[in-house]
Every structure is written in structure tokens, then in C-alpha cells.
Design a protein. Structure first.
Length: 112
């Protein structure tokens, strides 16, 4: 990954995190959504946004709700970083399951 791509990924992560928190407060009440990582492609046409969803009974359904509002989230992101980046990448949201995996490993270790 080039230095430019890394800088843009970090900028997107920094700017999309508060947007997503504020937006999910309305569409997913009681759930806490954090942006774990953003990976932009070399041509900046696509950004993979890895999110962690806490306090959710069905994380896949919550992720689908976020994806449903993808266009609105991207528009708010464009307003936030539109002056720094000419082309706002398409956003694809993915569920980051590292916390669930770590909790599962901890449970297994406790049972030993």
C-alpha cells in the first residue's frame, strides 16, 4: 500500500468514525458502532470500512442497516473531506469480528 493510500485511509477513518457514530445513534439505538480500520484501494475508488458493533443482538442485521444507509453516510463523508480529496470512494462495510474471536479464545482458556 502506498503512502498516499495509507494517508487517505487514515483520513477517511478519522472523518467517518464520528459520522458513523452520530448516524448509528439514530438508526441503531442502543448499539455502539466503532470504525476499526479503513483500507482504500490504490485508485481510491473503493474503501473497505471494518466496523465493530457492540450491544447488538444481531450484528449482521445491524451491518445490513448500515449498508442500507450507505449513500447518506457517503454524502456526509463527502461534506467532511470533500475539500481534501477530489474523489470520494465507494464505501463497503464489513463486520470486524476480532473482539468476538478474542472473547471466544478467553473463554476456551478459562475452561482449561
Amino acid at each position: 500500500m502506498s503512502l498516499r493510500t495509507e494517508k487517505i485511509s487514515r483520513a477517511i477513518q478519522r472523518d467517518i468514525a464520528p459520522i458513523l457514530s452520530r448516524f448509528c445513534y439514530r438508526i441503531l439505538p442502543g448499539e455502539f458502532v466503532t470504525v476499526i480500520e479503513v483500507k482504500a484501494t490504490a485508485d481510491l475508488g473503493l474503501a473497505k470500512v471494518y466496523v465493530s458493533i457492540l450491544s447488538s443482538k444481531d450484528k449482521q442485521k445491524s451491518l445490513q442497516t448500515i449498508e442500507f444507509h450507505n449513500k447518506e453516510i457517503r454524502q456526509e463523508l463527502a461534506q467532511a473531506i470533500g475539500k481534501r480529496i477530489r474523489k470520494i470512494p465507494e464505501l463497503n462495510f464489513y463486520l470486524d469480528e476480532t473482539m468476538d474471536h478474542a472473547a471466544r479464545i478467553n473463554r476456551l482458556l478459562d475452561n482449561l
